[in-house]
Design a binder for this molecule. Structure first.
Ligand SMILES: [Fe+2]
Length: 393
């Protein structure tokens, strides 16, 4: 009562009170456990979400066996323009880390009851992930030349299918995971992406990084514009690159599937211009020394950019804009989704000069990178190998 009395007095004096939902009785909790994004040699971004607005930070410790409370640990906040942010979604970038080094970490959020003019902020309880069993991540810098990663797509919010495919794919053994689009059917509410996708990843995503490739369904809904808040990338855009070991990965964003003027987009779509800008960016990527010097070059894009008799506009535009650049660049493999069925387009001198594998919505793909070959195993819901492709170097 004393706190609310003080709050009432301060509010009356200063005015401009911003009341937060916790006052209405929402239980303060972590509704999305921390997950790793944009892992690099000297940094990583940790994202988590609380039920009500809070101030959040990450504490890190070396993986040296000392107690987490042995000393003050470095703290990292989500700050902009010199001010620490308050909100439900926390996106904290850790910098200045050592390459190829394992760190322990935990996240802490302090609930905000109210803010008043002048940034005066009133806190109540706090929530945090375990200090006794902290999460761990390892910065890049010493990856093996042979590894494998797991790809899933077109889950459309189905938690049972996600869990089954994650289990049969052995997601815990993969170096990382790629979600190749349409993990939800629409970003329709401010909780959809958390409750109907990110929550499903919580068993691994605090320690194993995943990479998000935007599907056309993640461009839909009132909260589609929040996509980058959840999936920060090195470019600040849904199309970006990353490296792991000797492999260079390109993640493309194929946008929507129908023409921009289609009635279903309510005069809101502008993907033709967007994809054209993306193609200009792609031209610079394939000229980079990192791309040229890689042992393998793999592309992820949700909608297969393949021109066929019954192809829709989005695929045709990907074929017109992206494929000519990639054909000249030397791509080893492209992985797609969207069609809800397995399809294989072998390398062809007349179309894509690299193999294109479309993973279905009821299968999971494991990609094995070896010094002399790339192999793709497609597993069904029972864990049966339905297709294996091997591409010799
Ligand atoms: Fe799709």
């Amino acid at each position: 009562m004393a706190h609310f009395y003080r709050l009432a007095v301060v509010s009356a004096v200063l005015g401009m009170v911003t009341a937060f939902p916790s006052i209405a009785g929402d239980k303060f909790s972590i509704v999305q456990t921390p997950y790793l994004q944009d892992l690099g040699e000297t940094g990583v971004t940790v994202v988590w979400e609380t039920s009500t607005p809070s101030l959040g930070w990450v504490e890190i410790a070396p993986d040296d066996g000392s107690h987490f409370y042995a000393c003050d640990r470095p703290q990292f906040y989500d700050a902009a323009l010199g001010t620490r942010k308050i909100g439900k979604l926390h996106k904290v970038t850790l910098t200045g880390l050592e390459p190829a080094t394992t760190y322990r970490y935990r996240v802490i959020s302090k609930e905000v009851l109210d803010t008043v003019a002048g940034n005066a902020t009133f806190y109540t309880g706090h929530v945090y992930t375990s200090y006794s069993k902290p999460l761990k991540f390892k910065t890049l810098g010493n990856e093996p030349s042979e590894f494998h990663f797991t790809v899933m797509n077109d889950i459309h919010q189905d938690s049972a299918r996600f869990s089954t495919l994650a289990a049969v794919g052995g997601i815990d053994k993969a170096a990382f995971v790629v979600f190749n689009g349409d993990m939800v059917s629409s970003m329709g509410t401010d909780t959809t992406i958390t409750k109907q996708f990110l929550n499903y990843t919580s068993s691994f995503s605090g320690e194993k990084p995943f990479y998000m490739s935007r599907g056309n369904h993640e461009t839909r809904g009132q909260y589609a514009c929040t996509f980058m808040d959840y999936f920060p990338s090195p470019t600040g855009l849904p199309y970006y690159t990353f490296e792991y070991g000797d492999v260079f990965f390109i993640v493309l964003d194929s946008g929507e599937d129908k023409p921009d003027d289609d009635v279903e987009y309510y005069d809101r779509a502008e993907f033709s211009k967007y994809r054209a800008q993306e193609a200009e960016w792609l031209k610079t990527v394939v000229e980079s020394p990192e791309f040229k010097n890689a042992a393998y070059r793999i592309v992820f894009v949700h909608m297969p950019p393949v021109a066929e008799r019954d192809s829709w506009y989005g695929c045709l535009e990907g074929n017109r804009l992206f494929v000519p650049i990639l054909n000249k660049a030397g791509i080893d493999l492209m992985l797609c989704g969207h069609l809800h069925k397995y399809v294989y387009h072998p390398a062809s001198g007349e179309a894509n000069v690299f193999p294109v594998i479309v993973n279905g919505n009821k299968t999971v793909a494991n990609v094995y990178v070896k010094e002399k070959s790339l192999s793709v195993e497609i597993l069904d819901l029972e864990g049966k190998k339905v297709k294996i492709h091997t591409f010799k170097k």
